[in-house]
Design a protein around this ligand. Structure first.
Ligand SMILES: Cc1cc2nc3c(=O)[nH]c(=O)nc-3n(C[C@H](O)[C@H](O)[C@H](O)COP(=O)(O)O)c2cc1C
Length: 143
């Protein structure tokens, strides 16, 4: 297996409802678990930031499915690397509900509407994600 870490940012068409989030996390628990993909998702009212880790073909396939979801647009790859280990080995999909307030407080990643994940440099995005996920709700199916 070739382990891949893919991190992307996207723009939400409208703020996600609780039902949207529940549906996404339920789908992730089913599909990501079956594919051996782990990861982390954070949303604000305007943006999503997601990390997917697993076999390269599985991650690419899942990413291609996720980007067709009409709830978001302008999915932009921030990072695509072959890491030596996973950042999120135990989460099918760790989740932080409020990217806007949980995000590290660096002015250069903020615009008028708050934290903007498109502004994060590729080589820093893993650090940002690690800081964010300290506040993640643990969705642990794979201890
Ligand atoms: C920002 C975002 C992230 C998503 N992440 C995942 C994911 O990691 N895994 C997944 O199966 N679906 C994810 N989805 C949902 C899928 O686009 C799709 O709705 C879902 O997989 C359909 O599941 P179903 O075929 O079981 O009904 C995500 C959607 C959005 C908007």
């Amino acid at each position: 297996m070739k382990l891949i870490r893919l991190i992307y940012a996207s723009s939400l068409v409208e703020p996600m409802s609780k039902a949207d989030i529940q549906q996404i996390l339920a789908a992730s628990q089913r599909r990501n678990n079956a594919l051996g993909i782990t990861g982390y998702l954070c949303v604000s009212p305007t943006h999503a930031l997601q990390c997917l880790e697993g076999d390269r073909d599985s991650v690419n396939g899942l990413y291609n499915l996720i980007v067709t979801d009409p709830r978001h647009a302008n999915a932009t790859l921030l990072r695509y690397v072959e890491p030596w280990r996973r950042l999120f080995p135990v989460w099918d999909m760790g989740f932080t509900p409020d990217l806007a307030t949980a995000a590290p407080d660096s002015a250069r990643w903020h615009d008028q509407s708050g934290f903007n994940p498109y502004l994060v440099e590729s080589d820093l995005v893993e650090n940002v994600i690690e800081a964010l996920c300290e506040q993640a709700e643990r969705v642990e199916l794979r201890a």
